[in-house]
Design a protein around this ligand. Sequence first.
Ligand SMILES: [Zn+2]
Length: 52
Amino acid sequence: MANPADAPAPPPPPPAAEPMLFCPNCSRRLQERGCKLRCPGCGYYLSCSDYV
Ligand SMILES: [Zn+2]
């Protein structure tokens, strides 16, 4: 069983494509929270079915 200790580490996977959505009320970046995107500023949120 070969030990790939000297093998180069695999490159990290590219970041997942995020839905770059912003709050229509206060223009803050919406934060993903479970199956919702929520605005940290005013509490506005979208459910996943709204942004997918
Ligand atoms: Zn907001």
